[in-house]
Design a protein around this ligand. Structure first.
Ligand code: HEC
Ligand code: HEC
Ligand code: HEC
Ligand code: HEC
Ligand code: HEC
Length: 362
């Protein structure tokens, strides 16, 4: 009897540990946005889903901590001036709240948070779909966190909350291999696979997210008869915008489609010389690349199958280069939201890191 009871107790705790949100409702919800006649919201506005903040009110509080606790739950912060950034980077570099030297080139200008982008008038690399021009939803001046002008959730949805509806209470943590809803997708990026680090951080070679990639890039377009893959898939709620194989680079390519085109002729065999830096492409096991064997959080690689635990080993010949090998997703302290100071990558000398993490003999 006893071992059975113990195993039930263990099962109960292990199920509970995996639950997404565990705290009292009033930590995050307000029924009327009024308590003692005062606003009960983090940013004094009424929000969809009766939450105490909108995406920015909860996730971009601008304080000195990268994680804000509400009761037993933790809210990951994407705009703050803590010394430690979460894996996605930090929007606070854009307006200089962190790092000084404000610059729109340091990140994705989520307009309501850091103001609209001033330098770029269109999305760099926007795919031109069948002569229709860049996708009309994605403009440098109307970028939002979620919804039809943003990145998270089901993007054909109009509002930010409808795009992620149900994701927070339905969030699946850890190894993500079957991303059919927003909550079961990697970081609420619909259809993206990966392994989520439990504290949202890339901390060291052995403690980090794992990103998903494929060994040969696909071409995005509308013409499936032409070897192209559509970015409009059918998900659980009808049409959605999930990347065809669920890789993080294909996710970026949905807006920056041209940057995923490695050859003007994307035939079956895609190899050097390329017209753009390869992504979703196997790092060769020969020459200079064979020296990249210890995982670097400065220039991370993607894996062709999602592991159940993070690994500190890089395997040239199997692991792949991806957009996030060089860029952050939200923002960084460097131009083009790069992961390192590109001006310090000097050939023929004793420099290391950055590009030289893979190009070890340059
Ligand atoms: C730590 C914050 C947090 C706590 C605690 C919390 N919620 Fe939520 N809840 C959210 C957020 C954020 C959303 C909106 C985004 C979404 O749908 O994912 C939401 C959405 C909802 C929704 C609409 C979407 C859905 O999943 O059905 C309902 C209903 C809801 N919450 C009920 C509750 C109830 C009842 C409690 C207490 C038992 C509770 N929540 C506690 C954060 C929280
Ligand atoms: C009431 C506060 C609140 C609001 C509003 C809210 N979030 Fe969250 N969010 C949370 C909490 C708490 C978590 C951590 C959930 C967990 O631990 O599973 C979270 C987690 C996330 C994550 C990480 C998911 C993962 O897999 O780790 C993303 C992405 C996210 N939220 C996006 C959004 C977007 C986009 C919006 C606006 C549409 C939004 N959130 C609105 C509180 C909020
Ligand atoms: C929903 C569409 C969308 C997706 C998805 C998207 N981007 Fe962007 N990106 C934009 C827009 C719009 C701009 C121009 C406005 C800006 O820079 O704020 C931009 C600009 C950029 C810039 C230049 C920043 C600057 O201001 O000079 C980089 C670098 C970039 N994106 C990288 C990425 C990477 C890497 C991914 C995948 C993790 C990605 N993008 C996914 C819409 C998107
Ligand atoms: C995560 C590993 C990685 C990082 C970081 C990286 N590269 Fe590469 N790079 C590759 C791989 C893999 C190839 C393709 C090798 C092959 O098969 O020819 C490549 C190819 C190239 C090529 C040759 C393209 C061709 O037509 O053959 C150039 C030039 C290049 N990289 C420059 C850079 C620069 C500059 C940086 C830094 C901004 C950089 N790389 C960072 C992995 C990386
Ligand atoms: C090997 C490193 C590397 C990889 C991989 C990479 N980028 Fe870049 N990216 C750069 C550098 C360096 C720049 C600065 C401009 C330049 O050198 O051409 C840049 C610039 C950009 C810009 C800004 C262009 C402008 O006009 O301001 C965007 C957008 C962008 N990258 C998106 C992406 C996307 C999306 C992917 C994946 C499909 C990707 N990058 C993969 C290194 C990389």
């Amino acid at each position: 009897m006893k071992p059975l009871i113990i195993s039930f107790i263990l099962l109960f705790f292990s199920l509970n540990a995996g639950a997404a949100i565990r705290g009292v409702c009033s930590n995050c919800h307000t029924m009327h946005n009024s308590q003692n006649g005062q606003s009960a919201s983090f940013n004094s506005v009424v929000n969809d889903s009766l939450t105490k903040g909108d995406c920015i009110g909860c996730h971009a509080q601008g304080g000195s901590s990268e994680i804000v606790e509400v009761g037993v739950d933790s809210i990951p912060q994407v705009y703050h001036n803590s010394a430690v950034d979460l894996a996605g980077g930090n929007f606070a570099y854009i307006d200089g709240t962190k790092g000084g030297n404000a610059s729109d080139a340091k990140g994705h200008n989520v307009a309501a948070l850091v103001g609209t982008e001033d330098t770029l008038s269109s999305i760099p690399g926007a795919i031109e779909l069948n002569g229709y021009g860049p996708h009309p939803n994605f403009s440098p001046t109307t970028l939002t966190c979620a919804g039809s002008n943003g990145c998270h959730g089901n993007r054909p949805s109009s509002g930010e909350f409808s795009a992620i509806s149900g994701a927070h209470h339905g969030n699946i943590d850890g190894q993500i291999t079957n991303p059919i809803t927003t909550g079961s997708s990697y970081r609420f990026l619909l259809g993206v696979k990966g392994l989520e680090s439990p504290n949202w951080k890339n901390e060291s070679e052995s403690s980090h997210n794992e990103y998903y990639g494929v060994s040969n890039p696909v071409k995005l377009g509308c013409n499936s008869g032409n070897g192209e893959y559509s970015c409009h898939n059918s998900g659980s709620s009808g049409v959605d915008l999930s990347p065809p194989n669920g890789t993080i680079s294909q996710f970026c390519m949905q807006c920056h489609g041209e940057f995923h085109v490695m050859k003007s002729d994307m035939g079956a065999v895609i190899q050097s010389p390329f017209i753009r830096h390869p992504v979703d492409y196997t790092i060769p096991s020969s020459d200079e690349y064979s020296n990249y064997t210890l995982y670097s959080i400065e220039a991370p690689v993607a894996r062709i199958s999602v592991p159940s635990n993070p690994s500190s080993t890089v395997t040239p010949g199997s692991d792949v280069v991806m957009c996030l090998s060089c860029h952050y997703a939200h923002g960084s302290n460097y131009p083009d939201m790069l992961r390192w100071d590109y001006s310090k990558n000097i050939a023929g000398g004793s420099a290391s890191g950055g590009c030289l993490t893979c190009h070890t003999s340059k």
